[in-house]
Design a protein around this ligand. Sequence first.
Ligand code: KIV
Ligand code: ZN
Length: 503
Amino acid sequence: MSRQKIHIFDTTLRDGEQSPGAKLDTNRKIQLALQLENLGVDTIEAGFPVSSPGDFRSVDQISRVIKKTVVCGLTRAVKEDIDAAAEALQHAKRPRIHTGIGASDVHIKYKFKSTREKILIKGVEAVKYAKKFVHDVEFYAEDAGRADLEFLAKLITAVIHAGATVVNIPDTTGYCFPEEFGRKIKYLKENVPNIGKAVISVHCHDDLGLATANTLAGIENGARQAEVTVNGIGERAGNTSLEEIVMALYTRKNFQNFSTKVKTRQIINTSRMVSHIMGIPVAPNKAIVGSNAFAHSSGIHQDGILKHRENYEIIDPKIVGAGLSQIILTARSGRAAVRHKLEKMNIRISPEELDKLYAKFLQLADAKKEIYDEDLLTIFGSNGSNGQTKKIRLSDLKIISGSHIKPRADIKLLVGGKIKSAEALGNGAIDAIFNAIDKSLGKKYPLKEFLIQAATGGSDAQARVNIALESNKNLCWGTAVHTDTVMAACLAYIDAINHLSAK
Ligand code: KIV
Ligand code: ZN
């Protein structure tokens, strides 16, 4: 019996980009979109075109370069949004408009201050309007996880009648339990008379850590499209992670008889690209793609693995592309080798970009003996500038620190062409730097998050620092990567201040 195909709808570039601090420029989004196509996803949700000129440009550019995969743009059930999406998608070989509206009573009452009847009409009108531009229209019933079942069935029947080709049942707030979510999909299969005319899609959030379980429950009960993000990034606690769904269906194919067309050997590579380009670290214990996902530390487990891999591994690491051989670059490697490496990671850059990247590569290769794939990704992801092209830049930094002195930082910043300098003490070197920066700019910046991670392996690994400052109850993120952790912290703090002042 042939396996049932599950469509993978990737929303890393839309819902994933809604993760705090994950804003990407168009060029980086194109690179990720190309890798998603290479990975073999069925649909790429490229952005929300009406939301900003940058999002519009990204959807437009991605539509032009993607060859086989469906490219999708998100809209609210509003004509202006649909017009923007249609325009941004006009060059897509296979365009899809993803429109929708809140379906739960909470959303209807408090978000839309409307009624179920009016919401249904708006949903139907949005689908009909989107159909004027494209054949493929997906409808989302936002917060379906908390929506009244009878109303949901009525809404879905009406939008399919209006021409929706895919109906998305999102658990927007990550509220459902798997069995409950599965029953919801089953109910729709049984109570929406025209359900056979559309594909059911599930889009789950991870607020209770149940996104993958809920998505699988949806699939078991009739959904044939799963909406996912690489590494599970996304709004709040994130979305269902692509690698977990793909590998769950792959690993248990004889149990569930489903398959996807994702090239599993590209999974780790894609995960690293997303993490480095978006500046969002992956937890070491993250299923499938975490650095510990295939590590065995206890003696009993190591012994078991050596006797027979399957004693403790349900997935052969090679299947997801783990531990593939690495050609290591050094300061003696030329541009051609760097370009070759990037191309192997499916990154194509212009000669001008290669020039800039190569200069940064040489700087790094001087500080670090060997340059691994992930080092290159970090240079590429941060564009190698560590925010040093922005309004406020680091001009000079001196730190005095030790076991018997209070740490002191002396900083010089270049602010709009003028030098501002200050000296300050702190509880540690990094605290002293942040105090000196605050003093030189005459303002105390409210630090909310501070995260240091080794961006790559080895004792000379680069450190990535992510910092969030608070502004009007919103978090403003800054990121920097450097072989010196203290420098990475300093540059990330300045990067966050630049983002904050740009708001
Ligand atoms: O979580 C959600 O409901 C969404 C929709 C816009 C599809 O992201
Ligand atoms: Zn979502």
